[in-house]
Ligand binder design. Structure first.
Ligand SMILES: Nc1nc2c(c(=O)[nH]1)N[C@H]1C(S)=C(S)[C@@H](COP(=O)(O)OP(=O)(O)OC[C@H]3O[C@@H](n4cnc5c(=O)[nH]c(N)nc54)[C@H](O)[C@@H]3O)O[C@H]1N2
Ligand SMILES: Nc1nc2c(c(=O)[nH]1)N[C@H]1C(S)=C(S)[C@@H](COP(=O)(O)OP(=O)(O)OC[C@H]3O[C@@H](n4cnc5c(=O)[nH]c(N)nc54)[C@H](O)[C@@H]3O)O[C@H]1N2
Ligand code: SF4
Ligand SMILES: [Mo]
Length: 679
């Protein structure tokens, strides 16, 4: 019985982008492990992807094209051949495109982060068609813009050097759950004497294992960062030389920060003033000091400003001078992806289609044609995403997907909540069945993914499906003939040694150890921009400031609780919810509450509760497990609606309001009321 081991890459939306080793026996993947030769992976995978063989060979995989055979949303389908499905889809899309191609909307995100299966042939196809563009904002645009306007790009410390830090701020990140390989590095620093501080409204597994936890109110991080600056200034824990040479707008920032004594921030953040003072002293007097910032801080109204405020800190103390000092939110800007070669924007041929924000898909699917909006959305092609489960304000999203006059095609592995609303479901390959090449946002190595097994059933890769559709629609440009393997080579062109990728599966980028030790920020001024002219030009505050939540805790008497909805550890967004072994670990959909908030509502631990506001209502079980702070509830995400209670999940109550920068989502800026269900 022949056994082989194939090198690959984890496709999931996770900072760690692990190198995989898949063991194959008789054409079946029997084991998926971490590649020990890849330092960032260190031979270790998370529990989720250790189950990747189970996911791939799952009995409920979609293995043939399916056509809807019941009412919209009924989830009833019949198998059809690829020819029937592709002919009919091409006919329907052509018919709509003849009227206005912008009535067609692609909807995708990072179900796979692969550059080939996520942003190559699909983009070529929709560019050639002239379809609406999608603003892919559902995760990181607020923080991304915040970084760009401060440091100049999605760049920061090299993750491995956190091991040498003496103080690590883990800010808006449950590293144990969602950035496991960073946590291993932080543990090493801890063993070598580093102090770990967690800043998070939830008492996470990570917070419990740090030396200190600042359990602030959601959406108040900028106030905390400004108070830290205040203390750095009044105690003169500043690197004046670094500030003078490598920053822009110091006097203005100084004046702003002096408006934020710790007492004021303590009031806004709901923290003891002593805890803020202590953190400022530690940060001002410990070297090297490092900040692992994560996207949890930027899912509230002021998310962009919060990231800007935090990203200013290392320039004030000169922490950037050492390789173990600075901040890391994302490293993805370091990757020289050849996007024009991959995506062919030239196929737009001078057209500039409108862009639809994926966060507001609920409202946008319900809009009529108008001069301001353009044509009504008549067709949706969904891949690498499960919007009916993950997009905010799901009552509206569901209503939109249920439109009888909407033509919906979903490329999927499983019959998700979104696939239930499809007219056609097309079977997609998993990472074990196709080629791809990857960037990472938590380290700086390029990874290659080789197929380990043949496509299961009649599954085809996303790139193959768009290639097939292009042929059906008469798109004859040569770029539609590129194979998946050729696309892998085009992703980085000459910038990355493809032979090395073929040989070992990964290739480190040549990035400097201490990127801003001597300034050199890729901003317009070349400095760390405390003051941003680009923001001023957009009519925004040019300095980082505290922007209160749209729905601040306690501001509404009807909905007095602030809800955040961070990821459950054993799911990845809504992926893996349908894996029995992982769902068994998570148990059931939970709402963590503070015992006092539960007691006044007559709610006992484990009771079924109703979480609601003017948008919707969600049923789950109360967990009085010590993780919630008073006034804040934590609704762990993101369950499939159909696997939760009453066919709902936490996004019943989240809103489509946007962030200060980047037009991102505000999942963690959400006021609710809670009552005992049936009460
Ligand atoms: N297991 C698992 N891993 C994941 C994911 C997953 O769903 N499951 N998701 C992946 C994705 S898509 C992403 S984008 C990345 C990063 O995704 P993130 O959402 O950054 O992941 P977390 O590290 O869980 O960080 C969220 C943390 O921020 C906290 N938080 C919420 N509001 C605030 C706030 O206002 N201020 C502060 N300081 N903290 C706040 C939450 O309590 C939570 O602990 O993780 C990825 N990794
Ligand atoms: N309330 C709340 N909502 C949230 C969040 C939160 O913290 N709280 N987090 C938000 C964040 S950070 C993000 S990034 C979004 C993520 O939302 P999504 O990007 O929609 O992520 P997933 O829910 O993992 O869904 C990805 C889907 O892609 C499919 N898929 C995977 N690989 C392939 C492939 O190769 N081909 C095809 N055709 N399909 C594939 C998977 O089967 C899965 O169903 O959710 C957001 N929603
Ligand atoms: S989800 Fe993250 S930690 Fe888990 S295997 Fe993938 S990259 Fe590694
Ligand atoms: Mo995300």
């Amino acid at each position: 019985m022949p056994t082989t081991t194939i090198r690959g890459a984890c496709p999931h939306d996770c900072p760690d982008t692990c190198a995989l080793l898949t063991t194959v026996e008789d054409g079946r993947a029997v084991r998926v492990q971490g590649n020990p030769a890849h330092a960032a992976t260190g031979g270790v995978l998370c529990a989720k992807v250790s189950r990747y063989a189970e996911r791939t060979h799952h009995a409920e995989r979609i293995l043939t094209p399916l056509r809807r055979s019941g009412p919209k949303g009924s989830g009833r389908f019949t198998p059809v051949s690829w020819d029937e499905a592709l002919d009919d889809i091409a006919r329907r899309l052509t018919e709509i495109a003849t009227r206005d191609p912008q009535a067609i909307l692609p909807y995708s995100y990072a179900g796979t982060m692969g550059l080939v299966q996520g942003e190559s042939m699909d983009r070529r196809f929709f560019h050639r068609l002239g379809a609406s563009l999608l603003h892919r904002s559902i995760c990181s645009t607020a923080g991304g813009e915040g970084l760009v306007h401060t440091l100049g790009g999605k760049l920061g410390m090299k993750v491995e050097f956190f091991a040498e830090s003496k103080l690590i701020l883990i800010w808006g990140s449950n590293s144990i759950g969602s950035n496991l390989h960073f946590w291993r590095i932080a543990q090493q620093a801890k063993r070598d004497g580093a102090r770990l501080v967690c800043i998070d409204p939830r008492r996470t597994e990570t917070a419990e294992k740090c030396h200190e936890h600042l359990q602030l109110r959601p959406g108040t991080d900028a106030a905390l960062a400004l108070a830290l600056m205040h203390e750095l200034i009044v105690h003169d824990w500043l690197d004046h030389d670094y500030i003078a040479r490598h920053t822009l707008g110091w006097e203005a920032l100084r004046a702003r920060a002096l408006e934020w004594p710790p007492e004021r921030a303590a009031e806004v953040c709901g923290l003891p003033v002593e805890q803020i003072r202590r953190l400022a002293r530690d940060y001002g007097t410990t070297r090297p000091a490092a900040i692992r910032l994560n996207y949890g801080v930027q899912r509230a109204h002021g998310g962009g400003n919060a990231v800007r405020a935090v990203a200013c800190l290392p320039a004030l103390t000169g922490a950037w001078r050492e390789r173990a000092g600075g901040v890391l939110l994302s490293s993805s800007g370091a990757f020289p992806v050849q996007r024009a070669a991959l995506q062919h924007p030239d196929l737009l041929a001078g057209r500039s289609p409108r862009s639809i924000n994926m966060v507001t898909i609920g409202d946008d699917l319900l809009r009529a044609s108008s001069p301001a909006f353009g044509p009504k959305i008549e067709a949706l092609v969904v891949y690498n995403s499960n919007p009916v489960a993950v997009a905010p304000d799901s009552p509206k999203v569901v209503q939109g997907f249920a439109r009888e006059d909407l033509f919906t095609v979903v490329l999927e592995h499983f019959q998700t909540d979104t696939a239930d609303y499809a007219d056609y479901i097309l079977p997609a390959t998993t990472q074990l069945e196709h080629w791809d090449v990857h960037l990472a946002y938590g380290h700086t190595d390029v990874l290659l993914n080789r197929p380990a097994i043949a496509p299961q059933g009649q599954a085809r890769s996303n790139a193959q499906i768009f290639r097939d559709l292009a042929a059906r629609m008469g798109f004859t440009e040569p770029c539609f003939a590129d194979t998946d393997e050729a696309l892998c080579r085009q992703a980085y062109g000459e910038k990355v040694d493809f032979a090395l990728l073929l040989d070992q599966g990964f290739a480190p980028l040549p990035v400097p150890d201490a990127p801003f030790a001597d300034g050199g920020f890729p901003t317009p001024s070349g400095k760390c921009e405390f003051f941003s002219q680009r923001l001023a030009d957009q009519g925004l505050d040019p300095l980082p400031g505290h922007v209160p939540n749209h729905e601040a805790a306690g501001a509404s008497t009807l909905y007095p609780l602030a809800m955040i909805s961070p990821p459950a550890r054993n799911f990845l967004n809504s992926s893996f919810v349908n894996l029995q072994s992982l769902r068994d670990i998570e148990g059931r959909p939970l709402l963590e509450m503070h015992p006092e908030d539960a007691a006044v509502r007559g709610i006992a631990d484990g009771a079924l509760v109703r979480v609601f506001n003017e948008r919707g209502s969600y049923e789950c079980h109360a967990a009085l497990n010590g993780r919630a702070r008073p006034g804040v509830v934590n609704g762990l995400g993101v369950w499939w609606r159909k696997l939760g209670h009453g066919g709902t999940n936490v996004n019943e109550v989240t809103s489509q309001a946007l962030t200060d920068m980047g037009a991102g989502p505000t999942f963690y800026d959400c006021a609710v009321q809670v009552e005992a269900a049936g009460g």
